[in-house]
Design a protein around this ligand. Structure first.
Ligand SMILES: Cc1cc2nc3c(=O)[nH]c(=O)nc-3n(C[C@H](O)[C@H](O)[C@H](O)COP(=O)(O)OP(=O)(O)OC[C@H]3O[C@@H](n4cnc5c(N)ncnc54)[C@H](O)[C@@H]3O)c2cc1C
Length: 410
């Protein structure tokens, strides 16, 4: 028998630095985000004062989010996002949205691009900036290969011209920096696409309709129209040489581009799963506390097995979702290949857990749960987004289905 390989270190103890960070973010979520949540949900606007306050203490900053993305355990972002979204998902997404756009540049961009554009995505205390990642289009949601926004290169001026219409962009139109996915060679589908940085104030980029949503209403979601938007050559994420080399490989029959994109998506999914865990945990804790206090038939409702068992299921589900998120995040950061679609598994389970647990929380609060005087109805509305964005539950199942069967599941 061959010697078993030494297992790579994996620990469920976040250690003192991450624990301290978690407590710090939790403090901000409890003291600033949660008290403001109902108001910004009603206003359906970006909570600029909360962003400013977070920037003032260094929480809304490239330093903070960059540091967490780079934490060697992979758990920095899952822990930070869980706490922020425990505070409120709409405000949480306003705080986290720029970092999702930043990751698109950080994971595929050159060092120069990272140095030039990431600071502009966050701004400074007193001058907060936002970033938006614009991939989805009216006819290209789950089917990202159908993106029609076209990028054309002008050799003479070393510029790219972008034309098209994006939809569902978080921070779209109000961001300073937009990262736009466009096709450079439509016949190659998703493998003929590239990302472009649109600098602040570039003519031709405008906001279309702003959506009035079911949940996460403090997060701005809008269409973005690109009409002859000219960006300098250096705004092609990753640079022209790399794009040309990739296109050559694809034209020669390779699948490199598609696989790279799949790896990037798979790697970002645990962070979205962590957001869902935060919402689910908030609902579980609130329902648990309520069930201890609320008396019917002369005793706390939590003494009924019907309620206690529901709380047991909720607690177990939140724990299970967090463990899947942590596993996938640790694997991504430690260079493990996610062959069993562990990123999709974490996002699927966490998203569906959030929907179920928030619904159970409403049930435990009874009539109160159904009113806006209590936060659980808002959390239920918020939770639903996690089965839709960053790949719907059906798309996650398709990816997992392919991984577990080895078949071309469609
Ligand atoms: C609030 C919000 C914020 C968002 N933020 C961003 C953002 O910042 N940037 C960005 O680029 N996008 C963003 N999105 C877009 C989001 O990623 C898409 O909405 C999502 O990918 C689904 O696409 P769609 O809405 O076009 O639905 P569709 O793709 O039309 O899907 C409709 C239904 O059909 C199902 N379906 C589709 N194809 C299949 C299939 N092959 N097999 C089985 N079922 C299938 C879906 O699962 C879904 O149930 C955001 C969306 C929302 C609502």
């Amino acid at each position: 028998m061959s010697e078993p390989q030494a297992p790579a270190a994996f620990s469920l103890d976040p250690g003192p630095d991450l624990t301290q960070m978690r407590d710090w973010v939790h403090g901000f979520a409890a003291d600033v985000i949660r008290p403001a949540a109902a108001e910004w949900d009603e206003r359906e606007q970006t909570p600029w004062p909360v962003l400013e306050e977070a920037a003032k203490i260094g929480l809304y900053s490239l330093d903070f989010f960059g540091g967490q993305w780079l934490d060697e355990s992979g758990l920095g972002i899952p822990i930070a996002f869980e706490e922020l979204f425990w505070g409120d998902a709409g405000i949480g997404l306003s705080l986290a949205g720029s970092s999702l756009a930043a990751v698109a540049v950080a994971s595929n961009g050159t060092q120069e691009q990272i140095g030039e554009w990431l600071p502009q995505m966050f701004g400074t205390p007193g001058d907060v900036k936002l970033a938006a990642f614009c991939a989805s289009e009216p006819d290209a949601g789950s089917d990202v290969g159908a993106i029609r926004t076209r990028a054309t290169y002008l050799e003479a001026s070393d510029e790219w011209v972008l034309n098209g219409a994006k939809t569902w962009a978080t921070n779209g139109g109000i961001a300073d920096v937009h990262v736009v996915v466009a096709t450079v060679e439509p016949s190659l589908g998703s493998r003929g696409q590239a990302s472009f940085i649109v600098p602040p104030g570039t003519p031709g980029l405008s906001q279309g309709q702003k959506f009035r949503k079911h949940g996460i209403r403090a997060s701005h979601t809008a269409e973005v129209v690109l009409s002859d938007v000219k960006v300098p050559g250096r705004c092609l994420v990753g640079g022209r040489e790399r794009l040309q080399a990739r296109l050559e490989r694809v034209r020669a029959g390779g699948r490199a581009g598609e696989q790279a994109a799949m790896r990037t998506f798979e790697a970002s999914r645990p962070s979205v799963g962590a957001m869902a865990v935060g919402v689910a945990r908030a609902a579980f804790e609130y329902a648990r506390d309520y069930a201890r206090e609320r008396q019917q038939f002369g005793r706390p409702i939590g003494q009924n097995q019907a309620i206690a068992f529901m709380l047991a299921d909720m607690s177990a589900a939140v724990d299970a979702a967090r463990l899947l998120v942590w596993r996938a995040a640790w694997m991504v950061r430690n260079g493990q290949s996610l062959d069993a679609a562990q990123g999709s598994v974490s996002k699927l389970v966490a998203g569906e857990t959030a929907v179920r647990v928030t619904e159970q929380a409403i049930q435990i609060l009874g009539g109160n749960g159904y009113t806006r005087d209590y936060p659980v109805e808002r959390w239920h509305r918020d939770a639903k987004i996690f089965t839709i964005f960053e790949g719907t539950s059906e798309i996650q199942r398709m990816i997992i289905g392919r991984a577990v069967t080895g078949l071309d599941v469609r």
